[in-house]
Design a protein around this ligand. Structure first.
Ligand code: ADP
Ligand code: 5GP
Length: 186
């Protein structure tokens, strides 16, 4: 008999390296990344079904009415939500499913799925966070400043997570998350 996979919610400030660490985790076949739905337009090379499921506002609202999301939020004029169906299917198959969402979404997830494991990814320091945000080269100076000030607020919430993991190196950080998950499953 296959034992059910775990539901893992990962958050942390923008630029801390969540996306990079998650990419490392999903190289292991026991993990799957939940793809969120959004009503915002694809950016650059983003493809439907890869980075997001890009939906019209009507379709998104239909899914809300059908209770298709664990949680959803409106962020800068667009909806973002975590679809239930793939998560339920994958966890039944024994896969550990990762949701990479912002801190408010994580708090909502804890309310609807109290069994989920919440992990906060912290930068080694604020200086390093700023360096990573700048190094990514996708944000303007104003956005970097806004994200840095938002990061200070988000870091205060770290203690409310089940686990806090520092992203010093990607391999070590992903390894620590793997160890946490294997410890919970044994
Ligand atoms: P997030 O998803 O949290 O916004 P990203 O995964 O996009 O962050 O990472 C932000 C930047 O930091 C990227 O340029 C990425 O290559 C870099 N980065 C991620 N993890 C590390 C690390 N452990 N050490 C150095 N740079 C990192
Ligand atoms: P972006 O438009 O930059 O891809 O994402 C904007 C914000 O929406 C990010 O903070 C991202 O983490 C968040 N987000 C992405 N998917 C979801 C989701 O399913 N639920 C919630 N609550 N936030 C999400």
């Amino acid at each position: 008999m296959i034992s059910e996979g775990l539901l893992i919610v990962i958050s942390g400030p923008a630029g801390t390296g969540k996306g990079t660490v998650v990419k490392e985790l999903v190289k292991d076949d026991s993990f799957r990344l939940s793809i969120s739905a959004t009503t915002r337009a694809p950016r650059g090379t983003e493809q439907d079904g890869v980075e997001y499921h890009f939906l019209s506002r009507e379709k998104f609202e239909e899914m809300i009415a059908e209770n298709g999301f664990y949680e959803y939020a409106e962020y800068v004029g667009n909806y973002y939500g975590s679809p239930k169906k793939p998560v339920e299917e994958w966890t039944k198959e024994g896969k550990n499913v990762i949701l990479e969402i912002e801190v408010q979404g994580c708090q909502k997830m804890k309310a609807v799925r109290p069994d989920c494991i919440s992990i906060f990814i912290k930068p080694p320091s604020m200086e390093e966070l700023e360096k990573r945000l700048r190094g990514r080269g996708t944000e303007t100076e104003e956005v970097i400043r806004k994200r840095m000030s938002r990061a200070q607020e988000e870091l205060l919430l770290a203690d409310s997570y089940d686990y806090v993991v520092v992203n010093d190196t990607v391999e070590r950080c992903a390894g620590e998350i793997m160890d946490i998950i294997s410890g919970l499953k044994s």
